[in-house]
Structure formats: C-alpha cells, structure tokens
Design a protein around this ligand. Structure first.
Ligand SMILES: Nc1nc2c(c(=O)[nH]1)N[C@H]1C(S)=C(S)[C@@H](COP(=O)(O)O)O[C@H]1N2
Ligand SMILES: [Mo]
Length: 263
C-alpha cells in the first residue's frame, strides 16, 4: 500500500471514529423518529468522506488484454445447489429472466437475449477480494444505468438491491428459510449510474460460467469483490435497506462487513 493510501485510510478511520462519537452522543435522541434521518447521516460519515476523496465519476483503472489473469480465482458460492438455480442451469438459462421491480415506473422482465441486444460495455479491470487477493478479468455487459433508465427510477428510490440465486454452504441455522439467507447486495444510485457499473454476462470473451456467477453478475469496479453480486435473479429499487434480511444491505454486511467497501 502506498503511503498516500495509508494516510488516506488512517484519516478515514479517524473521521469514522468522530462519526461514532456523534452517534453515541445521540443515543437518547435516536429513539425519536424525527432525529432518525440526521443519525443516518452520521452513520454514513465514512462513506461520505470516501465519496469526497473518490469523486462520483472517477473511473477505476482499466488494463490491457495482456494483463488478464490466466486463472481468475472464484470465491464464495461457486456451484449453487439451490433447486431453482439448478433448474435454470439445466435449461441453459433459457427460462431465466432478470426481474427489475420495487420503486420503478415500469417493472421489467428481461431474458439473456434481450440483455445482449442492449448497448454493451467491455472493461478489463482488477477484482480485489477483501481476503487479500486480486485478479484481472475482462467483462462485457449492460450498464446498470441503461436498465434503470428503461425501468424509470421512482422519486423515492435510494438504493439498488441485487437478489441472488445462491445460499452459501454455511448459510445459517438448520431449517432456516432459504430465501432469508440468500446472497444479496445493495449500492446507492451514484454507483448505479457510474459508467463502469455493469451487469456482466461475458467474462474474458465467453459467457459467464457458473463459477463466476452465470448468467449475470454485477461489476462495480470501485468497491471490493463481495459487493459484486453473482447469480442475479432480480433487482429491486428501495428507499431503505433496513427492511431487507439483516437490515445492513448485504449478506456480508449483515455479518459485519462495511456496506461501502470503497477501494
Ligand atoms: N451471489 C454471490 N455473489 C458473490 C459471492 C457469493 O458467494 N455469492 N461472493 C462474493 C465475493 S466475496 C467475491 S470476492 C466475488 C468473487 O467472484 P468470482 O467468484 O468471480 O471471483 O463474488 C462476490 N459475489
Ligand atoms: Mo471476496
């Protein structure tokens, strides 16, 4: 890590600590609903500061064909055994549809062929996993902005949620409702509109494999790997994340990871 980045990290940590103080000082007020939105702002301090440093439109570095990793690691779910997903694999995703719903003007239901017919973007980028490994891959897909402009983002919408097909192996208590522990992720509308935020159906020039999230996975190039949902089944526009699953906006966030995983 360069000293610049180290410096940035420690600064972010310091500011996050200040954010924490603000929050704990307001514990009593927190129970009063009209203070809620102010508190949400304090909780989001690290995220806002990162945004200041990063800038809404900054592009992640892109690489050349020669930089593509010969063996791209796979992580998390690599072979989902959920029955609905196995059926889709069995029919080569002919029956799969991307559903776009929630706070939208028109619900969408798009087949892979329909997605492939939309304007596409290809990018060679580096994937950084929180576990400390990186790989470079080439991704082709539809800009999320393209899909959202077709669906029409409702005025109340603040987040885009990706609901996935897979339940992780260690996915919870025996007998838990599978839907409640399926992988999911969320991003804000700024990241959703970013030109490198794409719904990828191709990797390194061929269709996305099951290992890497077939038939569709998110590429979100300025955040860590766990944000990039694989096996996307539906995209939901919501006003708040608190009502979904554990309430923190993602499978790993519900287990303690940061929601904004900026790099
Ligand atoms: N649906 C789903 N998406 C997921 C995961 C997962 O387990 N399930 N793992 C995440 C993590 S931690 C990483 S690093 C990347 C791994 O993507 P890859 O398998 O293509 O390397 O996918 C992310 N998206
Ligand atoms: Mo990861």
């Amino acid at each position: 890590m360069s000293s610049d980045r180290l410096h940035r990290r420690s600064l972010l940590r310091a500011l996050a600590a200040i954010g924490g103080l603000v929050v704990s000082g307001c514990d009593r007020l927190a129970s009063e609903p009209r203070f809620r939105s102010v508190l949400d702002t304090a909780n989001n301090l690290t995220y806002k500061v990162q945004r200041l440093f990063i800038g809404a439109d900054r592009l992640a570095p892109e690489y050349g064909e020669d930089d593509i990793s010969p063996a791209f690691r796979a992580n998390g779910s690599t072979d989902p055994q959920d029955q609905e997903y196995l059926n889709l694999v069995g029919s080569h995703f002919a029956d799969w549809r991307l559903k776009v719903h929630g706070l939208v003007e028109h619900e969408l239901s798009l087949s892979l062929d329909e997605l492939r017919a939309l304007p596409a973007r290809t990018q060679i980028t580096r994937h950084d996993c929180v576990e400390g490994w990186s790989c470079i891959g080439k991704w082709t897909g539809v800009p999320l902005a393209e899909i959202l402009s077709r669906a029409g983002v409702g005025p109340e919408a603040r987040f885009v949620v990706f609901h996935c097909a897979d339940t992780l192996d260690d996915g919870g208590e025996p007998g838990a409702d599978p839907e409640s522990i399926r992988y999911y992720e969320s991003i804000d509308l700024i990241d959703a509109a970013h030109p490198q935020t794409i719904l990828a159906y191709d990797m390194n020039g061929g269709p996305l494999t099951v290992r890497h999230g077939a038939p569709l996975r998110l590429r979100l190039e300025r955040q860590l790997g766990y944000k990039m949902a694989k096996y996307i089944m539906r995209i939901e526009l919501v006003q708040r994340l608190a009502d979904l699953h554990g309430g923190r906006g993602g499978y790993w966030e519900d287990r303690g990871y940061e929601w904004y995983a900026g790099i």
